[in-house]
Design a protein around this ligand. Structure first.
Ligand code: 3PG
Length: 322
């Protein structure tokens, strides 16, 4: 790897901030499109386990084609690295399926409001799993996040427990993913790493999809979808949703390579603000006043939390330097 980018020449070396900004923009853009196609698909084909498999499948085909043409060149895999990547991929798979169970069950805006709690889960994991002391000021800053999400949930018009609980499980799962990712830091570039994670996660997702949705899909799931929109649209929706899923996640991983984890986590919450806004406009979801205010309080809370945490890390750095 070349984290400092010293060997990069030309535009990218001259304007690193602009390039990073472009990565964020593409990540958000692809994610908004993904969320819209994905929800439109669930509106006529409510099979999130199967669709999760398709997301990963299209991504894996994309990676295999990319490797074949050498863009990027495939990085070699060995059993040690594989052992490190398996837990990351398993958490990626569980978080992915549970996010999608939630997307299918409730309004997209509500899933992302619950998923805005992810930094809270990360803080809890640092303290209770990794044993790092989290100062009370940081915990306090998370109070508005919890209060905001609770307010939003209580009056959410599309609320149901499946949607809420599965989004919460995805928070736990993605928190474990970030813990295992830290242990799996290697020299391999982020595009190659994400390709391997996709392949492993695909295998993890197939058995539950067959068990949970296999019989219904065979009996009437596919037939109903094709009767509603036609075979061509059904297949093209599955293809595009998979491609956008893969590309936004690859961009997210590439962005993580360029910025600190905290910046990335904050960026991820900001991404949800865009998705919440766009999905409300596109789907014309009605949201109650309390849900709107709760969502804003939660997002504001994440901003305060991030600010305090960034300052703490800055102080730590200065203390080390002194
Ligand atoms: C998924 O399908 O895995 C979800 O879109 C994950 O959502 P996130 O990347 O916004 O956390």
């Amino acid at each position: 790897g070349d984290p400092v980018g010293e060997t990069k020449v030309g535009f990218a070396a001259k304007y690193p901030a602009l390039v990073t900004g472009f990565f964020f923009f593409m990540w958000y853009f692809l994610n908004v499109i993904f969320n819209i196609i994905n929800k439109k698909l669930y509106n006529y084909f409510p099979y999130p386990y199967f669709v999760s498999v398709i997301h990963l499948f299209v991504g894996v085909v994309y990676c295999l084609v990319s490797w074949t043409v050498g863009l990027p060149k495939r990085a070699p895999m060995d059993s040690n690295l594989l052992k490190l990547l398996i837990p990351v991929a398993v958490c990626h798979a569980i978080g992915h399926v549970t996010s999608n169970v939630s997307f299918a069950a409730v309004a997209v805006s509500f899933t992302h409001t619950v998923k805005a709690l992810e930094p809270f889960f990360n803080a809890a994991a640092s303290q209770f799993i990794l044993g790092q002391q989290i100062p009370w000021s940081l915990w306090l800053s998370l109070a508005p996040v919890v209060i905001g999400v609770s307010m939003a949930s209580l009056t959410e018009l599309s609320f149901n427990w499946t949607g809420f609980i599965s989004a919460m499980i995805s928070n736990v799962s993605f928190t474990y993913r970030s813990i295992y990712s830290k242990k799996a830091m290697t020299d391999m570039d982020s595009t190659n790493i994400y390709a391997y994670i996709s392949i492993i996660a695909l295998f993890v997702c197939i058995p539950p999809a067959i068990l949970v949705e296999g019989p219904q899909l065979m009996q009437h799931g596919f037939k109903d979808a094709i009767a509603k929109v036609g075979l061509t649209k059904f297949i093209s929706d599955l293809f595009w949703v998979g491609l956008f899923y893969h590309l936004y996640n690859q961009l997210a991983t590439n962005t993580l390579e360029r910025v600190a984890p905290l910046t990335h986590a904050v960026g991820n919450v900001l991404k949800r603000v865009f998705v919440i806004g766009f999905s409300i406009i596109v789907f014309g979801n009605k949201i109650s006043m309390q849900t709107g205010i709760g969502t804003c309080i939660a997002i504001g809370g994440v901003a305060i939390y991030s600010y305090i945490k960034a300052k703490m890390e800055e102080e730590k750095r200065q203390m080390k330097a002194a």
